[in-house]
Each structure stands twice: as structure tokens, then as C-alpha cells.
Design a protein around this ligand. Sequence first.
Ligand code: FAD
Ligand code: 2HG
Ligand code: ZN
Length: 469
Amino acid sequence: MQDRGEILLHRLRGIVGDAGVLSDTAEMAAYGTDWRDMFHGRPLCVVCPATTGEVAQAVAACATLGEGIVPQGGNTGLAGGATPDDSGTQVIISLDRMNAIRRIDPIGMTVEVEAGAILQTVKDAVADKNRLLPISLAAEGSAQIGGLIATNAGGVDVLRYGMTRALVLGLEVVLPDGQILRHLRHLRKDNAGYDLKQLFIGSEGSLGIVTAAVLRLVPQVRHRATAMIAVPNISAAIRLYERAQTEMGEALSAFELISGAGLDLVAEHMGRSAPIQGADWCLLIEAGSSLSGLREACETLLETAFNEGWATDGVLAESEAQADALWALRESLTEAEAKAGGAIKHDISVPITAIDGFLRDAGDMLADIAPQARLNVFGHLGDGNLHYNVMNVTEGDAGRVNAGVHDVITRHSGSISAEHGLGQYRVSEWARLTDPVERALSRQLKDTLDVHGVMNPGKVVPIMREAHD
Ligand code: FAD
Ligand code: 2HG
Ligand code: ZN
């Protein structure tokens, strides 16, 4: 008699064809491990559907047999959400083959794409029509639209344009029982009933598989001013931020913090050296507009910053190439950290005025429990979102450090996941720190939409039922 796995493989091959199902261990290896090489799973197979109909049939086949499904996009996620468990029974559904850009509307300023389209490819396509899809992150050459929506990705342009959620106008989603929710609307205004698409944005594949989306575009930025500024401390950085908002308003698109230690990592492991040396903290600021005059505004801002003592050094990019070189430093931080041995990652946010206090308290906590730790702190200061990455921690101390940072963040009324999601990396900490009412409601939502518990099990909502705790 055939076992369930063999029956499922047979059915899946019937749906997508033999070539669309990978079950060879070597072929599946890249899909079974996350970008950080931190989570290692063993899938039954990897299914690569070419149409929404095929995704729906594959999901229904898994649901009928009660086997877990793990949706996977570009596999650049930093929370282990796209990695299966090691049971050898879960099915990865990869969106790689569903990558068409279906329609660009430069007047309505929308783009309709399939979930497997790579962010950079979509950005290039809309740029040809003088439009911008304003999501920018270092993984944009691999991250897919479906993955960005599923994680409600942030990045360096959130300050001006919001998280991915703010750009989603319509979605097509395959539900955990194989039904298709078709809501591919190109509408900016649509109050007809519950806004169901919001349920799937940021739910990390735990409620359904995004197969296509309509995204909002903005006019392409024609002029930009980019500056790297050394600041003496965080409170000076915050004062500078307040002034930048006043001077540049909606043109301000990025206000990023990088530590001197982070720039040293980038120099050592990526061979890129910064124009500013020896500072504890640096900012990378960018403003963009269809209109000119930004450079002058940026010069005035820098002048004020020096006069007020908020800046100790600064570089205003003279050319696009120099601006790109400044961004390359910022975008190399994650890879440099990985090359240096990795870190315990904390993707925290607090109200921006609480950043200084958070850094002080977290530093005190670390000095107590892991004095040898090294920090790589950087991120989206303007959003109150820092990547508080702790390096050089022994395996034995890792859990205490992780919980310690999250306890500090909780005391500052912050979030333990500002933009990367919970995946499997943070799910137990979320359960530990989240209000019981919020936990129970999340569980109820998951159980209602995913009756058989097959959609990305163990991600976002813990696998154990919590009804009685
Ligand atoms: P995957 O890694 O494949 O999946 C991520 C999650 O989404 C998983 O839970 C998966 O099950 C689910 N999923 C994927 N596709 C679908 C789908 N079609 N339908 C339903 N669920 C799906 N993130 C930020 O927010 N800001 C940053 O600045 C940022 N910078 C990064 C820089 C680097 C160098 C790296 C490696 C990662 C970075 N990330 C950042 C994290 C990552 O790029 C984002 O989370 C991205 O959105 C993941 O997209 P993906 O296609 O790779 O998704
Ligand atoms: C970034 O801001 C990403 O560059 C990655 O969110 C953060 O590596 C990290 O911890
Ligand atoms: Zn980030």
C-alpha cells in the first residue's frame, strides 16, 4: 500500500507535471534552508505551479491529506517563515514560475503582477513608464512580490511611502482549502465590505498563498539628495531628524542609522570603505522629488546641524554614483554581519523618542549578561525601527540575550518585530510577551481560515492550541 507521501506526490505531479515537482534531496536543498543558514528543514517535495489554478489544486490536494504547506518566494526572509520542519512531510509551494508582470497603468498609477515576480524586475519595468514602486531593501534582487506582501516588508523608504501594506490595492489569494479569493482591484477607494486583503498582508503565508497583486505606484523621483552625516550621539540624531522633517517634509524618504562598528564590518568583510571614519554613529539621509531644489535644502540642513553641534562630519553626494556608493555601504551591513559570523537578530521598534532610552537599557542589560557581546546596530531610525543585532554571544547565552532584549523592548512599549515578521524565529517570544486576548484572537482567526491547520504550520501562531492557558 502507498503511504500518504507517495499518494500526495502522485497527485501533485498530476497537477503540475513531473517537471514541476522536485523531490530529489539535492534539488530541494536550497529551498529547505533559509538565507541565514539558521533553519534547516526536510520537505516532502517542492511544487512549482505555473498558474493560480494549479496553486489552488495543489493546496487542495495537501489539505485533503492533511499535509502542511509552506509557501515560498525568494527565500530571503529573516524569520525562518519559508523553511519547512524536518518531518519530511511538508510541501513547499514555490511561486518562482508565476512571475508575469500583467499590466502597468501609468495613469491610474498601478501595476498588476504575479506573486513570483522579483521586486527589482518590477521596479525596472515601471521605471520605463516613469513610475516608481517605492519598496527598497537590500534583498530586492531576489525577494518576490508575494513574499514582500506576506511579510508586509519595510525597508529604507517606509518613512515616506509606508510599509508594503500601504501599496497593496488588490490581491488574489489561494485559501487553505484551495478556494481562490479574487480581489484584483485597481481601486484607490473601495469601502465595499470588510477589507479582507489586509488579513493576508503580513500573515507570513499562515492564512493563504498570495498568487497575484495590484500595487500602487508613485511618480518616479527625478532628483535626489543623499548625505552621510556623523553625529555625536543618538539624541543629536533625533534633533537632526526633527529638523529634517521640518525642512524637507514629504521629500524626506530615508533617515537611516549606521554605527561606526557596522561600517568597520563592511570595510573588513565587503571591502567597502566609508567616507566618514571613526564616528560612533552615522546617518544616511535621502530626500527625493520630481522637482529640483533638494540639494540646497540638504546643504541648509547640514549647515544647521554643524552649527547646532548635531553633526561632527558630513558628506553630501556630488553625483548619482557617489549616492549609490553611500547606499552600498548601508546595504552591505547584513551580508557583512553574516560573513563575520552572524548575530542574534532583533528587529525592534519603539516610538522614536524612546530610542535613546532603549539603547541605554539594552546596553546595561547586555553588560550584565553577555559582557563580551559586540553590537551591530543599524536601521530605520526615522521609523523608530532598529536592527539590534548582537554578535559574539555563546550558544548558551543566546536565549537569555534574546529574551533580555525583548524584555527591554516590552518595557519601552515597543514591538519585537517591526518589519521581518515572526516566522518560526520569534514565535515563542511572541507567545511569551503578547497579551492573552490578542493571542487568543490570533488563534481563533487562524483556526477559522485554516480549519485543518495545514497552511505554514507553526509560523506566526504557535502550533499548540492555547485555548486553556
Ligand atoms: P520568503 O523568504 O520566501 O518568505 C517570507 C515569508 O513569506 C514566509 O513566511 C513565506 O511562507 C511567506 N511567503 C512567501 N511568498 C508567499 C506568497 N506568495 N504567499 C504567501 N506567503 C508567502 N525585510 C524588510 O522588511 N526590510 C528590509 O530592509 C529588509 N532587508 C533585507 C536585506 C537582506 C540582505 C535580506 C536577506 C533580507 C532582508 N529583508 C528585509 C527580509 C526579506 O527580504 C523580506 O522579508 C522579503 O519580504 C521576503 O520576500 P521573499 O520573497 O524572499 O519571501
Ligand atoms: C535592513 O534594514 C534589513 O537592512 C536587514 O531589514 C536587517 O540584517 C538585518 O538584521
Ligand atoms: Zn530593516
